[in-house]
Design a protein. Structure first.
Length: 175
């Protein structure tokens, strides 16, 4: 914009400093031919038969930078989507499915208590299955710590506050 009538004429200009990609739809919400990067396969996962028994549709998805997996309890069919072949991620999502069966419902979003329950149950299942090649205990500790902080609890107290729910989930999955 040119400003006249002053000693100096000033011109305001605008320029594009960059672009930020923003996903509008998840790949699962689109139609068309399958994309080459989507042809993913999951390894044989322990306790997959439990997910099948419960009618949960388990499929791989491409990593989208925010999460390694999710559980979708509502809709036409329950779903677990995994962007990693790591078993503990599957166990975490399966624990959410078991938690829904124990409680009858789940809160939407990343509910701190539900996330601590799922991660503690998943780590326990990973140790029982004994098939994880690398230890994920440190990751689980940091994950739980993040949600414990939201609840104004330390990690130990946060874990102790959900032990009864974790026990019910483990019984349901391991039976």
């Amino acid at each position: 914009m040119l400003k006249k009538g002053t000693d100096e004429e000033k011109e305001d200009s605008y320029f594009c400093a960059g672009f930020i990609p923003v996903a509008v739809f998840a790949v699962e919400q689109t139609d068309g031919e399958q994309l080459a990067y989507e042809k993913l396969e999951l390894p044989k996962l322990p306790f997959m038969e439990k997910a099948m028994e419960w009618g949960i549709d388990v499929k791989p998805i491409a990593f989208q930078g925010r999460y390694n997996g999710y559980y979708q309890p509502y809709g036409e069919k329950e779903k677990i989507r995994l962007a990693t072949p790591h078993e503990k991620t599957f166990f975490h999502e399966l624990s959410h499915a078991a938690h829904k069966r124990v409680k009858g419902y789940l809160h939407g979003g990343q509910d701190a208590k539900q996330e601590i329950v799922a991660e503690l149950a998943a780590q326990t299942i990973a140790q029982i299955a004994g098939t994880e090649i690398e230890s994920t205990m440190g990751n689980s500790y940091e994950y739980i710590k993040g949600y414990a902080t939201r609840l104004n609890k330390d990690v130990g107290k946060a874990c102790l506050s959900v032990v009864a729910e974790v026990e019910k989930i483990l019984k349901l999955i391991l039976e």
